[in-house]
Design a protein around this ligand. Sequence first.
Ligand SMILES: [Zn+2]
Length: 266
Amino acid sequence: MTIHHLNCGTLHPPSQLLVNGRGSLTAPATLVCHCLVVQTGKYWTLVDAGLGSADLRNPRDRLGDTFLRRVRPALNPAEPAITQVQALGIDTHDVRSIVLTHHDVDHVGGIADFPWASVYASRAQMDLIIPALRKDMVRRLHPVQWSHAPQWKPVTLSETWRSRPSFRLNDSLSLVALDGHIEGHCAVVIDRENKPPLIHAGDAVMDVKTELFGGRAPLGLRAFQHMTRTDARAWRESRAWLKECVEDGIDVICAHEPHPRLSGAR
Ligand SMILES: [Zn+2]
Protein backbone atom coordinates (compact mmCIF):
# COMPACT_ATOMS: atom_id res chain seq x y z
CA MET A 1 0.00 0.00 0.00
CA THR A 2 1.27 3.48 -0.83
CA ILE A 3 0.41 6.50 1.31
CA HIS A 4 1.52 9.99 0.27
CA HIS A 5 1.55 12.71 2.92
CA LEU A 6 0.68 16.16 1.51
CA ASN A 7 0.53 19.65 2.94
CA CYS A 8 -2.46 21.17 1.16
CA GLY A 9 -2.30 24.59 2.79
CA THR A 10 0.43 26.28 4.78
CA LEU A 11 -1.02 28.61 7.44
CA HIS A 12 0.79 31.46 9.19
CA PRO A 13 -1.19 32.52 12.28
CA PRO A 14 0.49 35.05 14.56
CA SER A 15 3.19 34.01 17.05
CA GLN A 16 5.59 31.12 16.61
CA LEU A 17 5.98 30.90 20.36
CA LEU A 18 2.26 30.68 21.15
CA VAL A 19 1.39 28.34 18.28
CA ASN A 20 4.52 26.29 17.53
CA GLY A 21 5.75 26.34 21.12
CA ARG A 22 9.18 27.79 20.34
CA GLY A 23 10.79 30.71 18.56
CA SER A 24 9.70 34.32 18.49
CA LEU A 25 6.57 35.71 20.12
CA THR A 26 6.03 38.13 17.25
CA ALA A 27 7.15 36.16 14.16
CA PRO A 28 4.41 34.28 12.29
CA ALA A 29 3.84 30.62 13.16
CA THR A 30 3.59 27.80 10.65
CA LEU A 31 0.84 25.20 10.51
CA VAL A 32 -0.09 22.85 7.68
CA CYS A 33 -3.17 21.16 6.27
CA HIS A 34 -2.08 17.53 6.36
CA CYS A 35 -3.86 15.39 3.77
CA LEU A 36 -3.17 11.83 2.62
CA VAL A 37 -3.40 10.19 -0.77
CA VAL A 38 -3.93 6.49 -0.15
CA GLN A 39 -3.80 3.74 -2.75
CA THR A 40 -6.97 1.69 -2.41
CA GLY A 41 -6.78 -1.17 -4.94
CA LYS A 42 -6.51 0.25 -8.46
CA TYR A 43 -7.59 3.73 -7.40
CA TRP A 44 -6.67 6.41 -4.88
CA THR A 45 -8.46 8.01 -1.95
CA LEU A 46 -7.80 11.52 -0.69
CA VAL A 47 -8.08 11.86 3.10
CA ASP A 48 -9.11 15.44 3.89
CA ALA A 49 -8.93 17.94 1.03
CA GLY A 50 -7.17 21.03 2.43
CA LEU A 51 -7.36 24.25 0.45
CA GLY A 52 -8.24 23.84 -3.22
CA SER A 53 -7.32 25.78 -6.33
CA ALA A 54 -10.61 27.74 -6.27
CA ASP A 55 -9.86 28.81 -2.68
CA LEU A 56 -6.57 30.27 -3.90
CA ARG A 57 -8.26 32.11 -6.80
CA ASN A 58 -11.06 33.52 -4.67
CA PRO A 59 -10.01 33.37 -1.01
CA ARG A 60 -12.33 36.06 0.38
CA ASP A 61 -15.53 34.44 -0.89
CA ARG A 62 -14.51 30.84 -0.25
CA LEU A 63 -12.50 31.04 2.95
CA GLY A 64 -13.90 34.21 4.48
CA ASP A 65 -12.26 37.25 6.04
CA THR A 66 -12.14 35.74 9.55
CA PHE A 67 -10.16 32.70 8.41
CA LEU A 68 -7.83 34.84 6.28
CA ARG A 69 -7.18 37.23 9.15
CA ARG A 70 -6.74 34.59 11.86
CA VAL A 71 -4.60 31.98 10.15
CA ARG A 72 -3.16 33.88 7.15
CA PRO A 73 -2.90 31.04 4.61
CA ALA A 74 0.10 31.17 2.27
CA LEU A 75 -2.18 30.44 -0.74
CA ASN A 76 0.69 28.70 -2.49
CA PRO A 77 -0.35 27.43 -5.95
CA ALA A 78 1.88 24.34 -5.51
CA GLU A 79 -0.14 23.15 -2.50
CA PRO A 80 -3.67 22.15 -3.61
CA ALA A 81 -4.08 18.36 -3.63
CA ILE A 82 -4.88 18.31 -7.37
CA THR A 83 -1.51 19.92 -8.17
CA GLN A 84 0.40 17.54 -5.91
CA VAL A 85 -1.44 14.47 -7.19
CA GLN A 86 -0.44 15.44 -10.74
CA ALA A 87 3.16 16.01 -9.62
CA LEU A 88 3.18 12.48 -8.16
CA GLY A 89 2.31 11.13 -11.61
CA ILE A 90 -1.13 9.93 -10.52
CA ASP A 91 -4.02 10.32 -12.99
CA THR A 92 -6.27 12.75 -11.14
CA HIS A 93 -9.34 10.83 -12.32
CA ASP A 94 -8.00 7.82 -10.42
CA VAL A 95 -8.76 9.73 -7.21
CA ARG A 96 -12.23 8.21 -6.95
CA SER A 97 -12.96 8.88 -3.29
CA ILE A 98 -12.43 11.65 -0.78
CA VAL A 99 -12.91 11.03 2.94
CA LEU A 100 -13.40 14.09 5.14
CA THR A 101 -12.82 14.34 8.87
CA HIS A 102 -15.18 17.33 8.81
CA HIS A 103 -16.27 20.31 6.69
CA ASP A 104 -14.34 23.28 8.12
CA VAL A 105 -12.98 25.48 5.34
CA ASP A 106 -9.40 24.25 5.64
CA HIS A 107 -10.45 20.61 5.18
CA VAL A 108 -13.01 20.70 2.38
CA GLY A 109 -11.86 23.28 -0.20
CA GLY A 110 -9.97 20.78 -2.35
CA ILE A 111 -13.02 18.63 -3.14
CA ALA A 112 -14.02 21.01 -5.96
CA ASP A 113 -10.87 19.99 -7.86
CA PHE A 114 -12.12 16.37 -7.97
CA PRO A 115 -15.81 16.72 -8.98
CA TRP A 116 -15.91 13.11 -10.18
CA ALA A 117 -15.00 11.73 -6.75
CA SER A 118 -17.42 10.40 -4.15
CA VAL A 119 -17.10 12.42 -0.95
CA TYR A 120 -17.55 10.50 2.30
CA ALA A 121 -18.13 11.93 5.77
CA SER A 122 -20.20 10.90 8.76
CA ARG A 123 -23.95 11.31 8.47
CA ALA A 124 -23.88 13.54 11.57
CA GLN A 125 -21.40 15.82 9.80
CA MET A 126 -23.42 15.80 6.56
CA ASP A 127 -26.55 16.65 8.55
CA LEU A 128 -24.99 20.07 9.23
CA ILE A 129 -25.05 20.93 5.51
CA ILE A 130 -27.66 18.73 3.80
CA PRO A 131 -30.21 19.70 2.57
CA ALA A 132 -29.14 23.18 3.66
CA LEU A 133 -26.50 24.59 5.95
CA ARG A 134 -27.71 24.49 9.53
CA LYS A 135 -28.20 28.04 10.83
CA ASP A 136 -25.75 27.77 13.72
CA MET A 137 -23.01 26.77 11.27
CA VAL A 138 -23.36 29.79 8.95
CA ARG A 139 -20.29 31.54 10.35
CA ARG A 140 -18.16 28.41 10.31
CA LEU A 141 -18.93 26.37 7.18
CA HIS A 142 -18.96 27.85 3.68
CA PRO A 143 -21.37 26.26 1.15
CA VAL A 144 -19.60 28.00 -1.74
CA GLN A 145 -16.91 25.34 -1.30
CA TRP A 146 -19.39 22.65 -2.34
CA SER A 147 -21.39 24.68 -4.88
CA HIS A 148 -20.21 22.23 -7.58
CA ALA A 149 -22.69 19.67 -6.17
CA PRO A 150 -20.30 16.94 -5.07
CA GLN A 151 -21.31 13.31 -4.92
CA TRP A 152 -21.93 13.25 -1.16
CA LYS A 153 -21.92 9.85 0.49
CA PRO A 154 -23.11 10.22 4.10
CA VAL A 155 -21.81 7.36 6.22
CA THR A 156 -23.76 5.82 9.08
CA LEU A 157 -21.34 4.65 11.75
CA SER A 158 -23.01 1.29 12.32
CA GLU A 159 -19.91 -0.68 13.30
CA THR A 160 -17.36 -0.41 16.10
CA TRP A 161 -13.59 0.10 16.08
CA ARG A 162 -11.78 0.10 19.41
CA SER A 163 -15.14 0.69 21.10
CA ARG A 164 -16.08 3.78 19.07
CA PRO A 165 -18.79 4.01 16.37
CA SER A 166 -17.22 3.38 12.98
CA PHE A 167 -17.75 2.27 9.41
CA ARG A 168 -15.35 0.45 7.13
CA LEU A 169 -15.38 2.11 3.71
CA ASN A 170 -13.19 -0.46 1.96
CA ASP A 171 -10.39 -2.95 2.66
CA SER A 172 -8.12 -0.32 4.18
CA LEU A 173 -10.10 2.76 5.26
CA SER A 174 -12.58 3.35 8.07
CA LEU A 175 -14.31 6.39 9.51
CA VAL A 176 -14.37 6.41 13.33
CA ALA A 177 -16.36 8.87 15.46
CA LEU A 178 -14.08 11.38 17.15
CA ASP A 179 -16.46 13.99 18.50
CA GLY A 180 -15.95 17.34 20.13
CA HIS A 181 -14.35 19.67 17.57
CA ILE A 182 -17.61 19.84 15.60
CA GLU A 183 -20.61 17.52 15.43
CA GLY A 184 -19.90 14.39 13.45
CA HIS A 185 -16.14 14.93 13.36
CA CYS A 186 -14.38 11.66 12.55
CA ALA A 187 -10.95 10.13 12.43
CA VAL A 188 -9.91 8.26 9.32
CA VAL A 189 -8.19 4.97 10.11
CA ILE A 190 -5.92 3.41 7.51
CA ASP A 191 -5.03 -0.26 7.91
CA ARG A 192 -1.51 -0.93 6.67
CA GLU A 193 0.14 -4.23 5.79
CA ASN A 194 2.62 -5.42 8.42
CA LYS A 195 2.34 -2.17 10.37
CA PRO A 196 -0.04 -0.81 12.98
CA PRO A 197 -2.90 1.30 11.63
CA LEU A 198 -2.41 4.99 10.88
CA ILE A 199 -5.03 7.37 12.28
CA HIS A 200 -5.65 10.79 10.71
CA ALA A 201 -7.26 12.52 13.70
CA GLY A 202 -8.35 15.68 11.87
CA ASP A 203 -8.72 18.53 14.37
CA ALA A 204 -9.41 16.32 17.42
CA VAL A 205 -5.89 17.25 18.50
CA MET A 206 -3.66 20.01 17.16
CA ASP A 207 -0.23 18.86 18.33
CA VAL A 208 0.28 15.12 18.65
CA LYS A 209 3.77 15.33 20.10
CA THR A 210 2.57 17.17 23.20
CA GLU A 211 -1.13 16.37 23.56
CA LEU A 212 -0.81 12.59 23.21
CA PHE A 213 2.49 12.21 25.03
CA GLY A 214 1.74 13.69 28.41
CA GLY A 215 2.37 17.36 27.63
CA ARG A 216 0.23 20.38 26.85
CA ALA A 217 -0.23 21.97 23.46
CA PRO A 218 1.17 25.51 23.09
CA LEU A 219 -1.16 28.18 24.49
CA GLY A 220 -2.28 29.50 21.09
CA LEU A 221 -3.39 26.04 19.98
CA ARG A 222 -5.23 25.47 23.23
CA ALA A 223 -7.03 28.78 22.78
CA PHE A 224 -7.98 27.78 19.23
CA GLN A 225 -9.31 24.42 20.45
CA HIS A 226 -11.32 26.13 23.15
CA MET A 227 -12.84 28.57 20.64
CA THR A 228 -13.74 26.00 17.98
CA ARG A 229 -14.88 22.90 19.87
CA THR A 230 -18.62 22.35 20.12
CA ASP A 231 -18.59 19.75 22.92
CA ALA A 232 -15.81 19.99 25.51
CA ARG A 233 -16.58 16.68 27.20
CA ALA A 234 -16.68 14.73 23.93
CA TRP A 235 -13.46 16.48 22.88
CA ARG A 236 -11.70 15.31 26.07
CA GLU A 237 -12.98 11.76 25.55
CA SER A 238 -11.72 11.77 21.96
CA ARG A 239 -8.29 12.90 23.07
CA ALA A 240 -8.15 10.25 25.80
CA TRP A 241 -9.07 7.61 23.22
CA LEU A 242 -6.27 8.81 20.92
CA LYS A 243 -3.82 8.58 23.84
CA GLU A 244 -4.82 4.94 24.33
CA CYS A 245 -4.25 4.31 20.63
CA VAL A 246 -0.75 5.80 20.84
CA GLU A 247 0.03 3.74 23.94
CA ASP A 248 -0.89 0.64 21.96
CA GLY A 249 1.60 1.56 19.23
CA ILE A 250 -0.87 2.99 16.71
CA ASP A 251 0.43 5.90 14.64
CA VAL A 252 -1.56 9.13 14.95
CA ILE A 253 -1.28 12.30 12.89
CA CYS A 254 -3.48 15.37 13.01
CA ALA A 255 -4.36 17.98 10.42
CA HIS A 256 -2.30 21.02 11.33
CA GLU A 257 0.92 19.94 13.07
CA PRO A 258 3.97 20.73 10.92
CA HIS A 259 6.67 18.08 10.57
CA PRO A 260 4.61 15.32 12.21
CA ARG A 261 6.43 12.34 13.57
CA LEU A 262 4.70 9.02 13.31
CA SER A 263 3.92 8.32 16.93
CA GLY A 264 4.48 4.55 17.01
CA ALA A 265 7.85 2.91 17.42
CA ARG A 266 7.91 1.84 13.76
ZN1 LIG B 1 -8.64 22.47 10.69
